[in-house]
Design a protein. Structure first.
Lengths: 289, 256, 302
C-alpha cells in the first residue's frame, strides 16, 4: 500500500514549479501554460477552466505527453523524489498507468479496440505484481464492480465497442484504479456520465484518496462539481492560474474571472431574469504577478 | 382557455423491441417554455425528434397549434429545432450566409439578403459574420447561427435539444439570455430538453422528469425550487445536481 | 506589380469576406498555400502542369513533326539535332513524346470526366438512400469492379475495333467503381449528421441534400482518389497501346512507342526507354500531387 511504503507521508506527492508549455506554430508562439506552480499531497486538487485555458495541457505536461511542436519547460516536476522531466520511454512505462494513473476524456482513444476489456485491465497488473491468473481476474472483476458496473462478468468479456459511452468511461477508470496508483490525473473523467453514475464513480475515487492515500488531480470545466468534490481548487484562464483556494472558499473568490464565472451560472435556488455575462478584461491575459 | 401550442398525448416510440418513449403526455401553452429533464436513455430527445419529423414511426397523438403534424412545408415553417452540438449542426463547407439562405430557398421566400442580415442582428452577430465558415466561428457563435437558422422561417414553436450542453460556461449564460430574450420578443413557444436542472429552472415555467422512457413526474419551477418532489427518482436527480456529497452518493439507487 | 499582388492577397485573406465569392476564393487560396508547403506536391503539380503545357504548345516547341520520317536517319542516338534520338522510321523521338502528351492528356481528362461524376452519384445515392437502392447500386458496382480492365478492353476491340475512344470507354467502365465505394463510405459517415437532419426538418428534398450537402463533403475524397488513380490509368492506356489496342499507328502514343521499340532494345535502347521514362515521370507526378492533395483535403483533419 502506498502509505506504508512512503517514509514521509506528509511530503508532497507531486511538485510542479514554474511549468510553461509553448507551441511553436507557423502563426507564432502560443503559450498554452504559463508559470503554473502547485504542490499536491494526499488530497483532491481540482483544476478548473474553460476550453483553451490550458488545464488539459497541464495534465499532459506532467505525464510527458506533450509532443512537438509543444515544448515543456519547468523548474521542477517531481513525483515523490523522481524528476519527471526528460524521462525515457522505458522509464515512463514503469510510471504511467502504474504509479501515476491517467484517465482522459474520451474512452475511444484510451481503450484498445481489439482487446477485450478484462484482458486490457489485467495487463496493467501483469507487470507490476506477481499474481496468479485467477487472482488477477478476481482483482479486475472487483475493480469493475467498484465503478458500479452491474454485470462485471459480461463487461470483462466484452470489447470496447460493445459498451455504451458511459460504461466505456467507467471501464477506463477501473483500468487505472486496479493498479493502485499513487497519483491519479483525471481529465473530465465523468463528464460523459449521467449525473447519478457520476456521483457513484466519484465516490469510488473519493474512497481511494481517503483510504489508500492516493493523490488526485481532477481537471474539469464544471466549477460546482469541483467545488463540491475537491479539497483545493486552481482556476485557470489563458494558461495561467488566476485563483487558488480551498474548495469551501470558492464563493469568496477574488479574481474577477472566477467571480464572473460563478455569477454567470444558472442556479435553481437563485433565479435571475437575466444572467450576468462574463466581461473578458484584456488585463487578465497579462502575466499574473 | 387558449389552445395549447403543443400537445402530446400517449406518445409511444419503439425501436424494435426497445420502448424508447412510453405513453408520454404533456402540453405546452402558447408562449410558454416547457422543459423535459432526464438522463441519457430517458427518451427525451426522441420526443423532440418525433415532433419535428425526424422520426415518423410513432403512435399516439401530437398536435401543433391544434393540428396533427403533416410534415410538409407548412408544418416545417411552424416548428423548428436547435440541435445540441454546435460543431455538428452546421455544414462544414457552407458559409453562414448559405446556411441561413437554405431554408428561405426551400420555402421560396424572396428578399433573402435583408432577412439574413435581420436575423443575424437578432441573434447578436454583426454582418461581418455573414460569409464566414463554421470553423472560423467559436462554439457560442455557431450556436447563435443555429438559433438564427431555426428562427429565419418565423416559426412559432422551437424545439431545443440541449442547446447549451456543449458550450463553455461563460458562453452558456449568453445563449440562455439570448433564448429568453427571443422568446419574449417573438412570443415563441419552447420545448427544452436537457439533463441540467439549473438550465431548466432558468428558462422554463414547468417541466417533466423522465426516466427510461416514462414520465416520472410533472412539476412547476416553483415546486422544483421548493424541492417539492414526490418521486424518489426526481429527488435523487435534484440532490445529485446540487453537487457531490459523499453520503448522498452512497445512498444512490438505480431506478429502472 | 507588388502593390497589386499585396491587395489581391489581402482580399483573399480578408478576415471579413464581403461576398460568397470572396469567401470561396479565400478558402481555395488557403488550400493552395497549404499545398504549396509540400515540396513534393509542388513537384507533382509542376509535372502535371508541364504535361498540359507540352500538349498545348506542342507545335511551338518541336522542331520536327511527330510523323516526319527520314529513313536515312533512322535509329540515331541522342544528338543536338534530335534530343532523344530517332526511331526506326527516322522520326524525332522528342517530337513524338511531346505530341504523345496530347494523347495522354486526352485519355486522362476523358476518363476523369466520365468516371468521377458517375462514381460520385452512384455512391452518394446508394449511401444516402440505403435499403434496396443501396443494395442494387452496390451490386451493380461489384459487377463492374469484377471486370479485369485489359480483358474488357480486348473484348471491346474485338467488338468495335481498336482505337483511342474505345480504349477510353474500356478504361472508364472499370475505373468508376472505386469512386462509388469511396463516396458511399463518406456518405454513410455523415448520413445522420445533425447538419443533414437540419435540412430535412426544413423540408429539404433528398435531391437537394445529396447535391448540396453530401456531395461537397465527398468531393475531396473522390478528387484525391481520382488523382492517385491517374497514374494507374496512364499505365493501363499505355498497356493497351503496347498491345496495339489503343491509339493506332502512326499516332505517337507512348505505350505503342514502347511496343514498336521493343525489337531494338538491345542496341538502340532509347527508342523504347524514352517513352517509358515519360510514362514514369507523368505517373509519378500524379501520384505526388494526389498525396499532396490528400494531406491538404484529408477529411480526418478537416
Amino acid at each position: 500500500m502506498s502509505t506504508m511504503n512512503d517514509p514521509n507521508p506528509d511530503s508532497p506527492i507531486l511538485r510542479v514549479d514554474n511549468l510553461n508549455v509553448s507551441f511553436h506554430t507557423s502563426k507564432g508562439v502560443v503559450r498554452a501554460v504559463r508559470r503554473v506552480d502547485f504542490h499536491l499531497g494526499r488530497e483532491k486538487l481540482g483544476i478548473v477552466g474553460e476550453s483553451g485555458s490550458g488545464k488539459s495541457t497541464v495534465g499532459r505536461a506532467i505525464l510527458g505527453l506533450v509532443r512537438p511542436p509543444g515544448q515543456v519547460q519547468a523548474d521542477a516536476i517531481r513525483f515523490h523524489d523522481q524528476d519527471l522531466r526528460n524521462l525515457s520511454n522505458r522509464q515512463w512505462r514503469g510510471i504511467r498507468g502504474k504509479r501515476i494513473g491517467m484517465v482522459m476524456q474520451d474512452p475511444k482513444y484510451s481503450l484498445n479496440p481489439v482487446m477485450r476489456i478484462g484482458e486490457q485491465i489485467s495487463e496493467t497488473l501483469r507487470v507490476r505484481e506477481r499474481l496468479s491468473r485467477a487472482e488477477r481476474q478476481r482483482r479486475v472483476l472487483a475493480s469493475l464492480e467498484a465503478v458500479r458496473i452491474r454485470d462485471p462478468e459480461r463487461v470483462y468479456r466484452a470489447y470496447p465497442h460493445e459498451l455504451s459511452g458511459g460504461m466505456g468511461q467507467r471501464a477506463m477508470i477501473a483500468m487505472m484504479l486496479v493498479a493502485d496508483p499513487e497519483l491519479l490525473i483525471a481529465d473530465e473523467p465523468t463528464s460523459a456520465l449521467d449525473v447519478t453514475v457520476q456521483m457513484q464513480v466519484l465516490a469510488v475515487i473519493d474512497d481511494l484518496v481517503s483510504q489508500r492515500g492516493m493523490g488526485l488531480i481532477f481537471i474539469s470545466h464544471d466549477l460546482n462539481l469541483v467545488a463540491s468534490f475537491c479539497d483545493r481548487i486552481l482556476v485557470m484562464y489563458a494558461g495561467q492560474v488566476v485563483e487558488s483556494c480551498r474548495a469551501g472558499e470558492l464563493h469568496q473568490a477574488r479574481h474577477p474571472y472566477t467571480r464572473g464565472l460563478l455569477e454567470s451560472l444558472p442556479d435553481v435556488d437563485n433565479p435571475r431574469p437575466v444572467l450576468p455575462t462574463l466581461n473578458r478584461d484584456p488585463a487578465w491575459l497579462e502575466d499574473v504577478p | 382557455m387558449s389552445e395549447a401550442a403543443l400537445r402530446v398525448e400517449k406518445l409511444q416510440v419503439n425501436f424494435g423491441p426497445v420502448e424508447a418513449v412510453r405513453t408520454v403526455s404533456f402540453q405546452v401553452a402558447p408562449g410558454a417554455c416547457f422543459g423535459i429533464v432526464g438522463e441519457s436513455g430517458s427518451g427525451k430527445s426522441t420526443i423532440l425528434r418525433a415532433i419535428c419529423g425526424l422520426i415518423r414511426d410513432w403512435r399516439g397523438e401530437i398536435r401543433v397549434q391544434g393540428t396533427p403534424p403533416r410534415y410538409d412545408r407548412a408544418f416545417f415553417r411552424q416548428v423548428q429545432m436547435v440541435f445540441q452540438d454546435p460543431y455538428g449542426s452546421l455544414h462544414p463547407r457552407h458559409t453562414v450566409n448559405a446556411v441561413l439562405a437554405e431554408p428561405l430557398k426551400i420555402h421560396g421566400i424572396q428578399d433573402r439578403g435583408r432577412r439574413i442580415e435581420a436575423i443575424l442582428e437578432q441573434v447578436g452577430l454583426d454582418h461581418s459574420f455573414r460569409y464566414r465558415y463554421p470553423h472560423q466561428l467559436s462554439g457560442g457563435q455557431r450556436q447563435r447561427v443555429a438559433i438564427a437558422r431555426a428562427l429565419i422561417l418565423e416559426s412559432s414553436v422551437l424545439l431545443l435539444d440541449e442547446p447549451t450542453s456543449a458550450l463553455d460556461v461563460s458562453v452558456q449564460a449568453e445563449i440562455l439570455n439570448l433564448l429568453a430574450r427571443l422568446r419574449a420578443e417573438h412570443h415563441l413557444t419552447y420545448l427544452l430538453v436537457t439533463h441540467n436542472l439549473a438550465v431548466v429552472s432558468h428558462l422554463c415555467e414547468g417541466l417533466l422528469v423522465m426516466n427510461a422512457g416514462r414520465v416520472v413526474e410533472e412539476m412547476t419551477i416553483d415546486q422544483l425550487r421548493r424541492h417539492e418532489t414526490h418521486d424518489p427518482y426526481t429527488r435523487q436527480l435534484l440532490t445529485a445536481s446540487l453537487g457531490y456529497d459523499r453520503e448522498a452518493a452512497a445512498s444512490l439507487q438505480t431506478f429502472d | 506589380m507588388p502593390t497589386e499582388h499585396a491587395t489581391a492577397r489581402a482580399w483573399l485573406l480578408a478576415d471579413v469576406p464581403g461576398s460568397a465569392f470572396q469567401a470561396y476564393c479565400g478558402r481555395l487560396y488557403l488550400g493552395w498555400l497549404a499545398l504549396a508547403r509540400n515540396k513534393l506536391a509542388l513537384l507533382g503539380l509542376a509535372i502535371v502542369v508541364g504535361l498540359v503545357l507540352c500538349a498545348l504548345l506542342a507545335p511551338l516547341i518541336t522542331p520536327y513533326g511527330p510523323n516526319q520520317q527520314n529513313l536515312a536517319n533512322r535509329l540515331q542516338p541522342a544528338s543536338l539535332q534530335h534530343w532523344f534520338g530517332t526511331d526506326q522510321l527516322g522520326r524525332d523521338i522528342y517530337a513524338r513524346i511531346i505530341y504523345g502528351s496530347r494523347i495522354t492528356l486526352y485519355i486522362v481528362v476523358l476518363v476523369a470526366a466520365i468516371t468521377a461524376p458517375v462514381g460520385l452519384i452512384v455512391g452518394t445515392l446508394a449511401g444516402y438512400m440505403g435499403g434496396r437502392t443501396d443494395t442494387v447500386l452496390m451490386r451493380l458496382t461489384d459487377v463492374f469492379l469484377a471486370f479485369p480492365r485489359l480483358i474488357l478492353a480486348l473484348a471491346f476491340v474485338a467488338a468495335l475495333g481498336p482505337g483511342l475512344e474505345n480504349a477510353v470507354i474500356a478504361i472508364s467502365i472499370t475505373a468508376w467503381p472505386p469512386y462509388a465505394r469511396v463516396a458511399r463510405a463518406e456518405t454513410l459517415t455523415i448520413r445522420h449528421a445533425e447538419f443533414i437532419e437540419a435540412v430535412r426538418i426544413q423540408g429539404g428534398s433528398t435531391a437537394r441534400i445529396i447535391l448540396w450537402h453530401v456531395i461537397p463533403i465527398c468531393l475531396s475524397s473522390v478528387i484525391i482518389r481520382v488523382t492517385l488513380d491517374m497514374a494507374g490509368i496512364i499505365l493501363t492506356a499505355a498497356g493497351l497501346g503496347f498491345l496495339g489496342l489503343g491509339a493506332q499507328p502512326p499516332d505517337p502514343e507512348w505505350g505503342a512507342m514502347i511496343s514498336s521499340g521493343r525489337q531494338y532494345i538491345l542496341d538502340q535502347w532509347w527508342v523504347a526507354t524514352v517513352p517509358g521514362i515519360a510514362i514514369f515521370v507523368v505517373s509519378l507526378g500524379f501520384n505526388l500531387l494526389g498525396d499532396g492533395l490528400r494531406d491538404v483535403l484529408d477529411p480526418k483533419s478537416a
